[in-house]
Ligand binder design. Structure first.
Ligand code: GLC
Length: 572
């Protein structure tokens, strides 16, 4: 029944004993860590203004300890006009008053570290806000100035420069160029923005830009952060001469498919990360760089984590894999080959603030490209009641895999995507830049429920919430799940506790044969024992071998594993 078919070895995976020495190559914390993504504006609001903040995070750290995560990654909390929820940064070295102060961040860091939780912050190097002092200076200084050379200003095409410099399109929809009005009142140059027009792209060939980001890295490293999640890490360098993107269609996706896109994945980005790797190496404590690079394959993603570059890269090919056993098996195998081949850990992620939550996405019946979101009129609505079962099973598989895993706030509560947000509540620039054709990402960003009986489910003391929370979320609140051993919260806690006690996250994975093609079956040999994982991705119950069940994604009786269910079994 469980004959071994193939073996995938994570050659660089550390043993638990090696973990005790942080500095030994191969034993760094980020190789096996479970990292919890906090989206600050939707996590916990201490001030009561309806937007989550840093003191709110500090007050909830004990909940993260009891969940069992190793680290947190915070989406941006820097000074920003919030046109793209903080991914439009006006001052990289200050905290937006919406979220608190630098002193609040220092306190949060100290409190997290005191509890053994590492803290990764977000770095947004592809673009700033148009409110950044550099961009304001660039507008004032005019064509040909050193101030403009920090961004991508170009003359337009056409007789009077009335056409954009090329045909690139914004990820959020519409053209990627906006024309400015010069000081004399006449229409002038154009600037590039791969995202919203309020997010001008930096020119990374300019040494002044390079030096500024070294300074920003050091600013946060000096404050004690454990690393950076690097936004749009595949976009900083643009192809020489800024050629048109051919074909001009399909320019709106972050991955760009297999074609060569003149602004994604250009060779020059790697030199930037080699430079940053050296900056981090000046500091102790295994600080880490994690790339947000939407690339079509695991092999391409692995180029970002070669030994002298970043330490981790999000495994988006894994995230984008449908609920299909053969496809999941393939992406896991490829990941466990490609990342260790360059000395990096595989990483795993199922949800984040840019994609439809996996408790809904895994039951969608139509494609949903990253960032497009889903609303009441979208095709392929999720099959009712199926998404959460699949999400719990998928997480049960993910947290057994060798490597580091990311968990997005609220998935431990089984939160679904909020599909029926009122149109006038939506805030994602995608919604506006596509004239409401794409719903965008607000549905995965709704403030999370803590207390079933409190205003705003305990998110804020006043009941304010920047996006409305669904009326039926009381049973999903953390307080409601506390006392229910079958809840999603307890599933996550059990998985994380067992992962820790058995040493999962490291170890070697072997696929097991004989369960049928709709079943994922593998054994992980870890320091603290061997665990067999079986996930039923098919339509019929699956007979399990006799073994002790360590964790199951759903309660079940007898030796038959129900549909859309996964188990961890103790193995000799
Ligand atoms: C990244 C962020 C996303 C943001 C975009 C532009 O993809 O995750 O939220 O809108 O970059 O900064």
């Amino acid at each position: 029944m469980d004959a071994m078919t193939s073996t995938t070895t994570s050659a660089f995976a550390p043993s638990a004993a090696e973990n005790s020495d942080e500095r030994r190559p191969g034993s760094e914390w980020w190789r096996t860590a479970v990292i919890y993504q906090i989206y600050p504006r939707s996590f916990a609001d201490a001030s009561g203004d309806g937007i989550g903040d840093i003191p709110g995070i500090t007050a909830r750290l004990d909940d993260l300890v009891s969940l069992g995560v190793d680290a947190v990654w915070l989406s941006p909390f820097y000074r920003s006009p919030q046109n793209d929820a903080g991914y439009d940064v006006a001052d990289y070295c200050d905290v937006d008053p919406l979220f608190g102060t630098l002193a609040d961040v220092d306190e949060m860091l100290a409190e997290a570290h005191g509890r053994g939780i590492r803290v990764i912050v977000d770095l947004v190097p592809n673009h700033s806000s148009d409110r950044h002092v550099w961009f304001q200076e660039a507008l004032a200084a005019g064509p040909g100035s050193a101030e403009r050379a920090r961004y991508m200003f170009r003359d337009g095409r056409g007789e009077d420069g009335e056409l954009p410099p090329n045909n690139w399109e914004s990820v959020f929809g519409g053209p990627a160029w906006t024309r400015v009005t010069e000081a004399d009142g006449r229409p002038g140059q154009w600037y590039l923005h791969l995202f919203d027009s309020s997010q001008p792209d930096f020119d990374w060939s300019n040494p002044v830009v390079q030096e500024e980001f070294r300074r920003i890295l050091r600013f946060w490293l000096d404050r004690g952060v454990d690393g950076f999640r690097v936004d749009v890490a595949h976009g900083l360098v643009k192809s020489d001469g800024l050629p048109d993107h051919l074909p001009a269609v399909d320019a709106d996706s972050m991955g760009g498919g297999d074609e060569d896109v003149p602004y994604w994945g250009q060779e020059g980005v790697h030199e930037i990360y080699r430079d940053w790797n050296r900056v981090l190496a000046e500091y102790g404590g295994d600080r880490a760089l994690c790339a947000e690079a939407w690339l079509p394959t695991v092999d391409k993603t692995a180029l970002w984590v070669r030994p002298d570059e970043m330490h981790q890269a999000f495994n988006f090919p894994y995230l984008m894999t449908a609920w299909d056993a053969a496809a999941i098996r393939e992406v896991i195998s490829e990941s466990l080959r490609a990342f260790p081949a360059v000395g990096a850990p595989a990483t795993w992620v199922l949800s984040n603030h840019d994609v439809v939550r996996h408790a809904s996405r895994l039951a969608l019946t139509a494609e949903n490209p990253q960032g497009h979101g889903i609303g009441p009129d979208s095709p392929g609505q999720p099959i009712p009641d199926v998404g959460l079962r699949r999400a719990r099973a998928a997480t049960t598989v993910m947290l057994a895999l060798p490597g580091s895993a990311y968990v997005y706030q609220g998935e431990e509560l089984g939160l679904p995507e909020v599909i029926d947000l009122p149109d006038d509540a939506r805030q994602d620039p995608t919604w506006f830049r596509t004239a409401h054709e794409r719903y965008g990402r607000d549905g995965c960003r709704v403030p999370i429920p803590w207390d079933a009986d409190a205003p705003a489910y305990g998110f804020s003391p006043t009941g304010a919430s920047w996006l409305p929370q669904p009326a039926d979320w009381a049973p999903l609140a953390r307080s409601a799940q506390e006392g229910d051993a079958d809840s999603t919260l307890w599933l996550y806690r059990s998985l994380l506790a067992t992962r820790r006690s058995t040493g999962l996250g490291a170890g070697t994975l072997e696929w097991l044969d004989g369960y049928g093609e709709d079943v994922l079956a593998f054994r992980v040999q870890a320091e603290g024992g061997a665990v067999t994982v079986i996930a039923n991705v098919g339509t019929e119950p699956v007979a399990l071998p006799a073994a002790t069940v360590l964790v199951a994604s759903e309660p079940f009786e007898g030796g038959l594993l129900p549909v859309d269910t996964a188990v961890w079994l103790a193995t000799d």
